[in-house]
Design a protein around this ligand. Structure first.
Ligand code: CDP
Length: 227
């Protein structure tokens, strides 16, 4: 049976994952970070030297063992028997992830993994194409945006890095490059679904964003699970 899905899409570092995790916590749904699958595949591709080698990447991804694991309402990804952890969020994986996730065979693999998780759990799923392609029938669709400088500032804070003007400018340039690649690819580009509700988080506190989404969910009959 297909369960309930809340889709949260948006550009890089717009706060999707943190928001999705907290909304999932409030509703007792499972948080599914779709970017984690693309990052895990990219990490494996880097280790095997498949980056820039389309046919090796295609064969490698087909044979790659990718296993979603749910623990305490949070999904992590085991790839080739390993859980890579924080390295997936690092700069090296971020550099290649948009190129890897543009391939149709990579997207098909992730799409079926995501749909399989929604068969067994109520989920809050964040990504780029969740409301538009993966779950077009989602009960609630949110599109999070924020000014790129503010996104860069938040990402640097996450990394514990310096917040100088230069560092913010450099991080903003990296985020914009990834947004451009994600928005202009042929397959499932980053795009707001027609029925998604846009929330600009530039000047919002994280808790207020979460509350707004929980309220919108309640308007659609989604309340916290009791079981
Ligand atoms: O958290 P952040 O915005 O940095 O990125 P993410 O959600 O972890 O996604 C990393 C990359 O995976 C994105 O830049 C996209 O290239 C790709 N991705 C995608 O193509 N489709 C999704 N549904 C999720 C991520």
């Amino acid at each position: 049976m297909s369960r309930r899905v809340i889709a949260i899409d948006g550009p890089a570092a717009s706060g999707k994952s943190t928001t999705a995790r907290q909304v999932a916590g409030r509703l007792r749904f499972v948080h599914v970070n779709s970017g984690l699958f693309y990052r895990a595949i990219t990490w494996a591709a880097q280790r095997h030297g498949w980056i820039g080698e389309a046919s090796r990447l295609c064969k490698g991804v087909a044979a790659l063992d990718i296993e979603p694991e749910v623990r305490d309402g949070i999904l992590s990804v085991r790839v080739a028997g390993q859980t890579p952890g924080a390295v997936l969020q690092g700069r090296e994986v971020s550099r290649d992830v948009s190129a890897v996730s543009a391939y149709g065979f990579v997207r098909d693999r992730v799409l079926s993994l995501l749909r399989a998780t929604a068969e067994v759990a109520d989920i809050v799923c964040d990504g780029r194409d969740i409301g538009s392609v993966v779950f077009p029938g989602a009960t609630l669709k949110i599109f999070l945006v924020a000014d790129v400088k503010e996104r860069a500032r938040r990402r640097l804070l996450d990394f514990g890095g310096a917040l100088s003007d230069v560092a913010i400018r450099e991080e903003a340039a990296r985020l914009e490059a990834r947004d451009r690649a994600d928005s202009t690819r042929e397959r499932a580009p980053l795009r707001r679904a027609a029925d998604a509700i846009e929330i600009d988080t530039t000047e919002m506190a994280p808790g207020d964003v979460v509350q707004r989404i929980v309220d919108l969910a309640a308007e659609r009959g989604i309340e916290a699970r009791t079981g």
